[in-house]
Design a protein around this ligand. Structure first.
Ligand SMILES: Nc1nc2c(c(=O)[nH]1)N[C@H]1C(S)=C(S)[C@@H](COP(=O)(O)O)O[C@H]1N2
Ligand SMILES: [Mo]
Length: 298
């Protein structure tokens, strides 16, 4: 039997070829994952949490400190129009629309584990694009070493921004090689739907091997820098939250163990499960930290 070319062509190339043949217009509204009918090589085969769980148990401190506050209050946030200011060490600084950064025909499904620093976890089917593709649109200058991110600041709508706690706007950062890693995405949806407000509409970062707080929501600003940017959590509690925040069962939080986690939805009898180094993504990302002392660089 003769092999067809699709049998011997890597999937990414095959997808490109297919969309080329079928024409971009016919496929414009179809997420890439739906075309192949198969999961991304980056997705876990673990059972995703329900939409209900993913959208009702959240951390989005701009709307309050309770897990149910974001579901209750985040619909007050206006997400249209929205633009993302990309600046700093880039060739083409400016204001980009979400549609330009994450066009429908480029969306991929990525089913990732999310491990919060508070020792609970979920599995979430995101829809998004590699952050690398977004940064390439702006053109990375060779001197750029880090990427800084900022969330919307709008206390009229984000009711908890009227109070203290965090030095609003919420800000985060990545090293450039972490930002360019294929696992790092900007997500605009989940469960094949547009991103719910409480999960960080219209566009949020997802870095699955790091504690959840690195995955900043509702981004309005991306800045490429030469020096390591400050992050909200570092500023608040530098001894408890570091810049790297890689999931690491061997480095405990000063106030609790990081060795195990509670999977949301597992129920009372579900018990706790062991936390994996780099949240189970070590094969892909451990190389980024070769030679680094991960207890010091927490
Ligand atoms: N702007 C902003 N981004 C944020 C947060 C936040 O409070 N504000 N919380 C972080 C934390 S601590 C976690 S665990 C994840 C939770 O994402 P989820 O609610 O979509 O599961 O979002 C992260 N991104
Ligand atoms: Mo978190």
């Amino acid at each position: 039997m003769k092999l067809g070319w699709s049998d011997v062509t890597p999937q990414a190339l095959w997808l490109d070829r297919r969309s080329f043949i079928a024409g971009a217009t016919a496929l414009a509204a179809t997420p890439a994952a739906a075309l192949t009918g198969s999961a991304s090589q980056y997705s876990t085969s673990e059972k995703p949490n329900s939409f209900e769980e993913i959208t009702n148990y959240n951390n989005f401190y701009e709307f309050g400190f309770g897990k149910e506050d974001p579901a209750r209050y985040a619909d007050r946030m206006t997400t249209d129009p929205w633009s993302v200011e990309i600046g700093g060490l880039v060739e083409r600084p400016g204001s980009y629309g979400v549609e330009d950064l994450a066009p429908d025909n480029a969306l991929e499904e990525r089913i990732y584990r999310l491990r919060c620093v508070e020792a609970w976890s979920m599995v979430i089917p995101w829809l998004g694009v590699p952050l690398a593709s977004v940064l390439s649109k702006a053109g990375i200058r060779p001197s750029a070493k880090f990427v800084a991110f900022e969330t919307l600041y709008r206390p009229e709508e984000m009711i908890a921004q009227r109070g203290g706690g965090i030095d609003w706007p919420y800000h985060e950062g990545l090293r450039i090689d972490e930002a360019m890693h294929p696992l790092t995405i900007l997500a605009t949806g989940l469960y094949d739907k547009p991103m719910p407000n409480q999960n960080g509409a219209p566009i949020r970062l997802v870095v699955p091997w790091k504690y959840g707080f690195k995955s900043i929501k509702s981004i309005v600003k991306i800045t490429l820098t030469e020096t390591q940017p400050l992050t909200s959590w570092q500023t608040l509690q530098p001894r408890e939250y570091g810049f790297y925040a890689n999931v690491n069962p061997e480095v405990d939080h000063p106030r609790w163990s990081q060795a195990t986690e509670r999977r949301i939805g597992a129920g009372l009898l579900g018990g706790r499960q062991e936390t994996e180094m780099f949240n189970g993504y070590g094969d892909q990302v451990a190389g980024l930290y070769a030679g680094m002392d991960l207890a010091k660089n927490y």
